[in-house]
Design a protein around this ligand. Structure first.
Ligand code: GAR
Length: 210
């Protein structure tokens, strides 16, 4: 059984999608063991409490250096026997040292079709504002492994979502969540825990049945 840590900063709808998938028995061989929030007032913490999942708050600004922050987070994950870290709306850029020591064991959900509208500065609603400003007709979401390059790790899954003429950043965000993020993330977590993800030089694939 793989112990999963979910790192959050906000409302936690992606965390909720994972909790719902777990409660529906859709994450074979995985269990959400810990929620870590960068924000003490994150709604995600209430979702964790409602599901009886232990949580912790860790803020980068409470540490004197990136190294000290990385060590504290690393220690928390190890103490809890974590085998998979999921960034679900986590708005702190993970320290490089942590990306390296947890390589291939951290996945992130990003609300666009990478390599569009990603990298530093593209997070949350800003991603959808940028997509609308560009006038794209299709956007979507991506689940990927985390590397030291922001939003640059191996892509695991993507799903396209249509943009409507009258979309606002908020309506587009909601559609991308409903149609893509809440579907892709639980599936990728389930695949990881069941050993169904196959690393390739240019990404990660779901293994065909053996
Ligand atoms: C989600 O859309 C997630 O993809 C995005 O923030 C939102 C969090 O919502 N993450 C990023 O932009 C990371 N670069 P949630 O707290 O309701 O899951």
């Amino acid at each position: 059984m793989i112990h999963i840590a979910v790192l959050v900063s906000g409302g936690g709808t992606n965390l909720q999608a994972l909790i719902d998938a777990q409660q529906a028995g859709k994450i074979e061989n995985g269990r959400i063991a810990l929620v870590v929030s960068s924000n003490p007032t994150a709604g995600a913490l209430e979702r964790a409490a409602r599901a009886n999942i232990p949580s912790a708050v860790l803020r980068r600004r409470d540490f004197g250096s990136t190294d000290a922050y990385a060590q504290a987070l690393d220690a928390l994950l190890r103490e809890n026997g974590i085998g998979l870290v999921v960034l679900a709306g986590f708005m702190t850029v993970l320290p490089d040292s942590l990306c390296r020591s947890w390589e291939n064991r951290i996945i992130n959900v990003h609300p666009s079709l990478i390599p569009s509208f990603c990298g530093e500065g593209y997070y949350g609603l800003r991603v959808h504002e940028a997509a609308l400003a560009k006038g794209v007709k299709v956007t979507g979401a991506t689940v990927h492994f985390v590397s030291e390059v922001v939003d640059g790790g191996a892509i695991i899954a993507q799903k396209a979502v249509d943009v409507a003429d009258d979309d606002t950043p908020e309506t587009l965000q909601r559609r991308v969540m409903e149609q893509a993020e809440w579907v892709l993330l639980p599936q990728a977590v389930s695949d990881f825990c069941a050993g169904r993800l196959q690393q390739r030089s240019n990404g990660a694939n779901r293994k065909e049945k053996e």
